[in-house]
Design a protein around this ligand. Structure first.
Ligand code: AMP
Ligand code: ZN
Length: 455
């Protein structure tokens, strides 16, 4: 299997440190509001990788953390007057519901920062003892000049980084680029006892400590969106390597941005669509397909047009599966080798989806039932690999229409069929138009007339 490694800027053969157990850590949400559809991209990308690794290796441990200590959470609590726990619990639950709707398998571990204070404090102490960090004014800072490899992941020189960080530098920092490992908390902020007083950790040390606590000092894969390369992952790497004296991550993987009108979707730009609100009108499976429609390292522009295009594609696949209803899928089928090859080439989902489409075309063109059963088995196994097409075709095609009275639809279809038998085509057409106005599309086939909902 080949994966693109951000550290080396090339596709590499994936070889885990321990062939019996792959470890993967993905930076999860900061839980102070609903996740947006841009945040859903790493969820789907790394879920797909998780599925793929589970097929190839005897065991995979996938950890996706929850950042439940952060200044944005404190701010949200101060603004709304709600206790921090109430806020974090609400959005952790919403995130679980959203990711489940996206068809993402639950990670093996969902470590929370608040449960790992001791591990963070110990790691910070090691960094101080080794001369990589210093205490100043109630803070502990990482000294970027004491680590010669700093900048290796993002390929920035220390000079560039220091120049970029020169505005509003806190007076207690030795170098403009030094970042916070620990900071003091006042009585209105959550705080934990530490050798440096009551305080809380910086964001980067949270991930370094949780990754080491659950997956070990060197992990195979570490993922997130491309915006995390600098500073978050650069800083995680510096802390972990300095504290442990060994490589932190073997393969760094980053997804490209989800954009809207070419701008990155982000809370700070205010152009976000939450998964929570999108789910009211778009099924999770369709959201998943849209997110897989572009290669994960490419930008993906979100628009009504893209969603409509992918809906048409998903409906087409379900229609074809419905046409295969009369044959039983061959038991113990495996995903198509071409599909596996596409996915194992750095998660090439556009290619994998086109393999799936071509299998579906072959199945629809086949007339031999044994061949149709074989292809149906391959299609379902391939689709399962992608986390798609697991719904009942009839239900999918008639879904999204809860307000429709299915008895009424069946009656109208019967009246139309009678009109056609009576060669009263004007009435038949009128009924078809009446159904279309309700969002019901009818299709006449060998097995009779069927309908699907299409708004
Ligand atoms: P955040 O809550 O901002 O830390 O983001 C959670 C995850 O979503 C991180 O892996 C981010 O890199 C990723 N992410 C945030 N915005 C986008 C976006 N517009 N497109 C793709 N990934 C994103
Ligand atoms: Zn992280």
């Amino acid at each position: 299997m080949k994966l693109y490694n951000t550290l080396t800027r090339q596709k590499e053969e994936f070889v885990p440190l321990d062939p019996n157990q792959v470890t993967m850590y993905v930076c999860g949400p900061t839980v102070y509001n609903y996740a947006h559809i841009g945040n859903a991209r790493p969820v789907v990308v790394f879920d797909l990788l998780f599925r793929l690794l589970r097929r190839r290796f005897p065991s995979v441990i996938y950890a996706r953390n929850i950042t439940d200590v952060d200044d944005k959470i404190i701010e949200a609590s101060q603004q709304s007057g709600e206790p921090i726990d109430t806020i974090t619990e609400r959005y952790i639950q919403a995130y679980d519901e959203d990711t489940e709707a996206l068809g993402a398998l639950p990670p093996d571990l969902k470590p929370r920062a608040t449960d790992h204070m001791q591990a963070m404090i110990e790691m910070i102490q090691v960094l101080i003892d080794k001369g990589n960090a210093y205490e100043a004014d109630g803070h502990v800072l990482f000294d970027v000049t004491a680590h010669p490899d700093y900048g290796q992941l993002s390929r920035r020189t220390l000079k560039e980084m220091l120049a970029g960080a020169r505005i509003d530098v806190a007076p207690y920092k030795r170098n403009a680029g030094d970042f916070v490992l620990w900071k003091p908390s006042d009585e209105n902020q959550p705080g934990w006892d530490s050798p440096w007083g009551v305080g809380r950790p910086g964001w980067h040390i949270e991930c370094s400590a949780m990754a080491a606590a659950h997956l070990g000092k060197t992990i195979d894969i570490h993922g997130g969106g491309i915006d995390l390369v600098f500073p978050h992952h650069e800083n995680e790497m510096a802390q972990s390597q300095c504290a442990h004296g060994q490589p932190f991550v073997r393969y760094w993987m980053h997804n490209g941005f989800l954009t809207m009108d070419k701008d990155k979707m982000s809370k700070s730009l205010g152009n976000t669509l939450t998964i929570h609100e999108l789910r009211e009108s778009i099924p999770g499976e369709l959201l998943r397909l849209v997110l897989m429609s572009a290669h994960y390292r490419q930008p993906l522009d979100w628009s009504d047009h893209t969603v409509a295009q992918q809906k048409e594609r998903l409906d087409r696949m379900y229609r074809s599966l419905r046409d295969l209803e009369d044959v039983e899928a061959m038991a113990d089928s495996e995903p198509a080798p071409e599909l596996m090859a596409a996915l194992e080439d750095d998660l090439n989902t556009p290619q994998a989806l086109s393999v799936l489409a071509s299998l579906i075309n072959q199945a629809n063109a086949a007339s031999d039932d044994a061949e149709r059963a074989r292809l149906k088995g391959t299609i379902l196994a391939s689709a399962e690999m992608l986390g798609l097409l697991q719904a009942d075709p009839e239900q999918w095609l008639q879904g999204g229409a809860p307000e429709l009275d299915t008895d009424e639809i069946d009656q109208l279809i019967e009246q139309r069929n009678q009109a056609r038998k009576d060669r009263d085509f004007a009435t038949a057409d009128r009924i078809r138009d009446q159904l279309a106005a309700m969002g019901v599309i009818i299709e006449d086939g060998a097995g009779g007339t069927r309908w699907r909902f299409d708004r």
